[in-house]
Ligand binder design. Structure first.
Ligand code: IMP
Ligand code: MG
Length: 187
């Protein structure tokens, strides 16, 4: 079968930064922490499409209190690898969150521009509380001051793919988190 993206390298040759076993352990621990923090209550998990879909689905199942889902989608103008800073909402939440305990769920907190934009937007809906959960955190790349409340892994400044994260929409279904080769990236 012809591949649609013949120029991109296979993920199998990319070094594993975080294995699927390590991911499973940390996500389970985060779920347990969230379960304790919201004991007796419920949470609304708001995933940022598309990268957070896989993390959200694993995290949700490790949370042992009622958790409902919603999703937002944003587009940042610019090239595939680089956040330009201009963020636009292209899909809003479907259900009201006023008075609810909300956790924004993201694949990776990089410059922080996306999350600080979304946090501001969600706060306008007057949730009872608003926290941020991210699978990965690249603190070295931050351009605006924002921290996640729940972080699965802090990583150095290197572009990664897998576990929901893409390069040019490819590799989201790769099970491990892998280092994307710099030489394959379009500059
Ligand atoms: P921020 O606004 O710079 O924090 O952008 C975060 C978004 O950039 C993430 O949700 C990802 O979609 C994307 N991103 C940042 N770093 C990476 C990476 O290493 N791999 C894949 N996507 C990334
Ligand atoms: Mg994303």
């Amino acid at each position: 079968m012809p591949t649609s993206t013949p120029t991109l390298p296979s993920a199998n040759g990319m070094p594993v930064l975080i294995s699927k076993q390590q991911i499973a352990e940390r996500v389970a621990a985060l779920g347990a922490e969230i379960t304790r923090d919201y004991e007796g209550g419920s949470v609304v998990l708001i995933g940022v499409l598309k990268g957070a879909a896989i993390f959200l689905s694993d995290l949700a199942r490790s949370i042992k209190i009622d958790a409902t889902f919603d999703f937002v989608a944003v587009s940042s103008y610019g090239r595939a690898r680089v956040s330009s800073g201009a963020v636009k909402l292209i899909k809003d939440i479907d259900n009201p969150i006023e008075g609810k305990h909300v956790i924004l769920v993201e694949d990776i907190l990089d410059t922080g521009l996306t999350m600080s934009y979304l946090r501001g937007l969600m706060l306008q809906h007057k949730p009872a509380s608003l926290k941020i959960a991210t699978c990965l955190d690249k603190p070295a790349r931050r351009l605006v001051p924002i921290e996640a409340d729940y972080v699965a892994f802090k990583i150095p400044n290197h572009f990664v793919i897998g576990y929901g994260m893409d390069y040019a929409e490819v590799y989201r279904n790769v099970e491990d988190i892998r280092l994307f080769p710099e030489e394959a990236a379009a500059h």
